[in-house]
Structures are given as structure tokens and as C-alpha cells.
Design a protein around this ligand. Structure first.
Ligand code: FAD
Ligand code: NA7
Length: 544
């Protein structure tokens, strides 16, 4: 390949929901030359990697997709209310096929570094094969739940059985008739545990934190329901764009204590029967995530369900969450009932921690040894900034992103970072906390508009001012502080990774509000950015 072949208008890293749409927008609508890269061997991002048994989206099928791709909605076989992992993967493959996106992608290619060349206002991107590419614009769609968190447990490398992290699940794993343990009881753990329990010889669940989870309420959609979705697509999405969470919920502001205790119970029960984690948290009452007493009411409802469902009182006690109900709300396909099975054992590894993993299994502190054929780590992700820190990204003056973000990551609008000109993130830090495809779509469209504006105005360099970044960080911190989420320990605030800065990683002001902020910046011709015109000195600012 000649050097000129390696020069592009835009480089996109990542080919999940974010990267695929970025390729399409920049290539087909802006007519830019685009090269994209992914470590994976196929498109799909999250859904390429997370092929563990039971993988299921908890966004409803018709909303866990691109709004702009209306034809595929009409053609696709919509089966269930919630879409499973393999079907999301198939959907994204179909998008890539339909729009011929693969011809712009180099798979099986990790990007090791991206350095900004200030002299030429270009990004210099080096792959893990040593190839060097240059581009004016860099779009990073690295994924916010993508960098696996492998637990550092003494002796884990000595285990001689099968060892898997759920997000690096290989094809053809057979759990049947095996002695299996799962570490982790987050959304992934809950799914994998529920799915494999009936198949394995014995399952040991190594639980550090007990979880609140409600039934997902997944069911096959009737022909009429599918027709309704297809016929009313515009209205359905209109509701999404005008909502806070983008999940298609009837978000309510009804206060928990505006009804009698009997009515409250009935409302919770109704939501439990209907199913859905976000529905339970945000359709029942408007203050569960913000008011401690309201939160306790929701906690108590779920705790009573655990007591009702789980037959062994000691196991039920271990399953009782100690934290607030203020993590990403979970939902499941029969999780608590799994613990009534003869072949399932629950170990509380908070009170009785894992002492060591040996060749043959797991040794707990009290001396109990669990012999295993397979150990599954459902231990989550170094979320949000994890993949950024793992890459060598350098902006102005060689500033390394891992240094710039040492005290926690920051951004302007979740999309741009001061000192990193011409770089646009999809789902970067301090982006919206929502059903993610609508946020991804909003960001990619805004990025594309911005690049188009830069092309039209002969702008060579775009950079977020530090002051805008600081203001945005403050906005995100102020909104988060009004919720109970920072008070619970989870990946949303970086609390799941030892040594990671516990800080604000999301904009919790809602999708509608977020989109209106983006729209306002666009309407003002991006004038609060530092915009430097082509062929001018670096100080020549078009608008600031
Ligand atoms: P990803 O899909 O994560 O894609 C990022 C890609 O970047 C990956 O393919 C990765 O290989 C690549 N990459 C990263 N770094 C590099 C590098 N240095 N070089 C080359 N390639 C690189 N969201 C919801 O809204 N609803 C849900 O129900 C939901 N369920 C989820 C369930 C699971 C198990 C997980 C893990 C996540 C879930 N999510 C859900 C979040 C999900 O990640 C997003 O919805 C969405 O798929 C993110 O798309 P993306 O393109 O931004 O990133
Ligand atoms: P999560 O929600 O971060 O859950 C990870 C789980 O793994 C959680 O129960 C952790 O316990 C547990 N964990 C992590 N490290 C350890 C060690 N060292 N020992 C024991 N237990 C451990 O990740 P998920 O993949 O389930 O879900 C992430 C998101 O992806 C989810 O919200 C969806 O949006 C999709 P802890 O709670 O930290 O005590």
C-alpha cells in the first residue's frame, strides 16, 4: 500500500452501532474517504464480543436499532419484545451488508496509538500490525462497555479448567454436565446464570454484591403487535426523542408518597408483572432514583419478592441487596428462582472472600474448596474511558489522554475533548445515560454536521475550549448529584474497578435535553469551539 493510500479524510475506530453509522454518514452523505478499524473479525461491537449464553438486550427490540434505517425495520423478522444478542448481531451485520460498509473496514486490526500532528492538523494512527494511517478527522467509537474487567484474583492464571470472560465468549462452548462457577452478579451475571443453570451439572454463584432485579417480561410479539410497531414507527420514535431515557417508557413524575401504601404496592406489582428494569424504576414513580425514602419503598418491594420466591431462607438472606436501588436497573428471566434448583449453590464472597484459585477450582477463605470444570468471569468492564486509556492517544503538545484524564475523564458534550482537535467520540465520557442507540445516532449526526460545516467553511482544526469542557463537567456533576446513583457502588461512577477514579461519567439530564443542547451548538454554527481556517496560522480563528 502506498503512502497516499494511507491518507483519509476520516478514520473511524470501532464498528459497533456507533462506528457503523459514522462510516455511513461520512462516506455516503459527506463523500469523505473513510477507513475504519476494529480488533474484531466482524461488525457488531458489543454483540460481536458478548456471545455468552443468555445475552439479551434490555432495550425493546424495535428501539434497540437505528431509527434512520426504516427499511430494515419493515423487512426484519421481529420475534420477541426484547432482542437477544445473536439477533442484534445479525441486525448489525445486515446493516453492514445493505450499505456495503465492510469495504471500508479493516477487521482484526487493533489501533495501538493515535497522535495528533499539530503541524499538519492530522491524526496519525498506528495499527497493531505497524501500519500508519493519517486523517484529518478521527472518530472514536470504542464502546463504553467494551474493555473487559478481568478480576485480579490470586492464582487465577493457574486454573486448568475452562476460563472465560463473558465479553470474550468463544464459539461452541459446552456447559452441559460440567461443574461451573460464575463470578459476578451484574446484568451479565444474572443473564448467564439464569441461562446455564438448567444445563450444567452444578453451578456455584460467587456473589460479591447482591442485586435488585425484576422480571424482564419477555414474550413473543403477536403479528398485530409487530404490525403496530411497523405502522407507527414515526410516532414511536417521536416519543423516544422527546423522552429522558429513550427506552419508550411512560416516564412518570408521580411521587411515591402521593398514593396510599396499598396503591403503591399495586403499582409496583403491576410493573413487576409487566416486566422491564427501566420500566420498574421509571414508570412506577418519578422519584425512586432521587428520593431516599422512595428508593427504600422500591427496595422493600423487591426484597419481599426475594423472600417469596426463594425457598431456603438462608439463601434468600444472602440474596438481599445491601446497597441502594440506584445502579443500572436490572431485569431477568427468572433469576431469583434459579436458587431453588438442587444443582445451584450461592456463595457470598463478600463475607467469605475467594482466597485463591488453584488448578482445580476456587478456595474460599473459610476453607471450602469448590472443584470446577469451568470458571466464568461475568465481572464487567472498565467502563466509559477504559478503551481510551488502553490506547496511546496524544493530543496537542503530545498530551497523553491517560494523563489528561488522570483525575477522571472529561469532555465537552460527551463528544469532544479540549486539547484533542478534530477528534470526535461516540459515547465518550459525560455522554447521555439512556437507551444507547438513540444517543449514538444523535451524536453521529451532530459529528457529521460539524465535519460538514468544517468542510464548507474551509476549517482545518476544530477544538473544544477548556472552559466549555469545565462547564459541561459541572453540568454533569450537578445533575448526577440530584440523583441517588452516586451513592451506590457501580460502574456508572467507576466504583467497580480497583483504583479507578470514582467520579461522574455520564450526563443524566436526559435524551431530549441533550439533543436540544447539541442542536443549539449546531444552530450557533459551533461558534463556541476553536475553529481554525485552512492555510492560516494556528492563531487565525474563524469563530471563537
Ligand atoms: P461497541 O459496540 O462496544 O463497539 C466498540 C468497538 O470498538 C468494538 O468492536 C471494539 O472491538 C472496537 N475497539 C475498541 N478499541 C479499539 C481499538 N483500540 N482498536 C480497534 N478496535 C477497537 N445498551 C442499551 O442501550 N441497551 C441494552 O440493552 C444494552 N445491553 C447491553 C448488554 C451487554 C452485555 C453489554 C456489554 C452492553 C449492553 N449495552 C446496552 C451497551 C452497548 O454497549 C451499546 O448499546 C452499544 O452496543 C454500543 O455501541 P458502540 O458502537 O458505541 O460500542
Ligand atoms: P457489572 O454490572 O459491573 O457487574 C460485574 C459483577 O462482577 C458485579 O457483581 C461485581 O461485584 C462482580 N465482580 C467484579 N470483580 C469481582 C471480583 N474481583 N470478585 C468478585 N466479584 C467481582 O458488569 P456487567 O457485565 O454485569 O454489566 C455491565 C453493563 O453491561 C450492564 O449494566 C449493562 O448495561 C450491560 P460488585 O457489584 O462490584 O461487588
Amino acid at each position: 500500500m502506498s503512502m497516499t493510500d494511507m491518507n483519509y479524510d476520516a478514520i473511524v475506530i470501532g464498528t459497533g452501532f456507533g462506528g457503523l453509522y459514522a462510516i455511513k454518514k461520512l462516506r455516503d452523505e459527506l463523500n469523505l474517504s473513510v477507513r475504519a478499524f476494529d480488533k474484531a473479525t466482524e461488525v457488531g461491537g458489543t454483540w460481536f464480543w458478548n456471545k455468552y449464553p443468555g445475552a439479551l438486550s434490555d432495550s425493546e427490540t424495535h428501539l434497540y436499532r437505528y431509527c434512520w434505517e426504516k427499511e430494515l425495520l419493515q423487512e426484519f423478522d421481529i420475534k420477541n419484545k426484547y432482542i437477544n444478542g445473536p439477533d442484534v448481531f445479525n441486525y448489525l451485520k445486515a446493516v453492514a451488508d445493505k450499505h456495503d460498509l465492510r469495504k471500508n473496514i479493516e477487521f482484526n486490526t487493533g489501533i495501538n496509538s493515535a497522535h495528533f500532528d499539530e503541524l499538519n492538523n492530522q491524526w496519525v494512527v498506528t495499527t497493531d500490525k505497524g501500519d500508519v494511517f493519517r486523517s484529518r478527522f478521527l472518530v472514536t467509537a470504542l464502546g463504553l462497555l467494551s474493555a473487559p474487567n478481568l478480576p485480579k484474583i490470586k492464582g487465577i492464571e493457574n486454573f486448568k479448567g475452562e476460563l472465560y470472560h463473558t465479553s470474550r465468549w468463544p464459539e461452541h462452548v459446552d456447559v452441559s454436565e460440567k461443574r461451573v462457577a460464575v463470578i459476578g452478579t451484574g446484568s451479565t451475571g444474572v443473564q448467564v446464570i439464569t441461562s446455564i443453570a438448567p444445563k450444567v451439572k452444578h453451578l456455584t454463584v460467587l456473589q460479591r454484591s447482591a442485586q435488585y432485579t425484576v422480571p424482564i417480561g419477555n414474550s413473543q410479539l403477536s403479528e398485530q403487535e409487530v404490525k403496530n410497531i411497523r405502522d407507527n414507527y414515526e410516532q414511536i420514535w417521536d416519543q423516544v426523542w422527546n423522552s429522558a431515557l429513550g427506552f419508550g417508557l411512560n416516564e412518570t413524575d408521580r411521587p411515591t408518597f402521593s398514593v396510599t401504601p396499598e396503591e403503591r404496592k399495586a403499582i409496583f406489582e403491576d410493573a413487576w408483572q409487566k416486566g422491564g428494569g427501566f420500566r420498574f424504576m421509571f414508570e412506577t414513580f418519578g422519584d425512586i432514583a432521587t428520593n431516599m425514602d422512595a428508593n427504600i419503598e422500591a427496595q422493600n418491594f423487591v426484597k419481599n419478592k426475594i423472600t417469596e420466591i426463594v425457598k431456603d431462607p438462608e439463601t434468600a438472606q444472602k440474596l438481599m441487596p445491601k446497597d441502594l436501588y440506584a445502579k443500572r436497573p436490572l431485569c431477568d428471566s427468572g433469576y431469583y428462582a434459579v436458587f431453588n434448583r438442587e444443582n445451584v449453590t450461592l456463595e457470598d464472597v463478600k463475607s467469605n472472600p475467594i482466597q485463591e484459585i488453584t488448578e482445580k477450582g476456587v478456595l474460599l477463605t473459610d476453607g471450602k474448596f469448590i472443584e470446577l470444570d469451568m470458571l466464568i468471569c461475568a465481572t464487567g468492564f472498565d467502563a466509559v474511558d477504559g478503551n481510551y486509556i488502553r490506547m496511546d492517544i496524544r493530543g496537542r503538545n503530545g498530551l497523553e489522554m491517560k494523563d489528561y484524564w488522570k483525575e477522571g475523564p472529561s469532555s465537552y458534550l460527551g463528544v469532544t475533548v479540549a486539547n484533542y482537535p478534530n477528534m470526535f467520540m461516540v459515547l465518550g465520557p459525560n455522554g447521555p445515560f439512556t437507551n444507547l442507540p438513540p444517543s449514538i445516532e444523535s451524536q453521529v449526526e451532530w459529528i457529521s454536521d460539524f465535519i460538514q460545516y468544517a468542510q464548507e467553511q474551509n476549517i482545518e482544526s476544530i477544538e473544544a475550549p477548556v472552559i466549555e469542557e469545565e462547564k459541561w463537567s459541572q453540568v454533569c456533576a450537578d445533575i448526577a448529584a440530584q440523583t441517588l446513583f452516586p451513592k451506590a457502588e457501580s460502574w456508572i461512577f467507576g466504583a467497580n474497578i480497583p483504583g479507578k477514579k470514582n467520579t461522574v461519567y455520564f450526563y443524566m439530564g436526559g435524551l431530549k435535553e441533550y439533543r436540544s443542547v447539541l442542536a443549539q451548538v449546531r444552530l450557533n454554527n459551533f461558534s463556541n469551539f476553536k475553529l481554525t481556517a485552512k492555510s492560516h496560522s494556528k492563531e487565525s480563528v474563524v469563530a471563537s
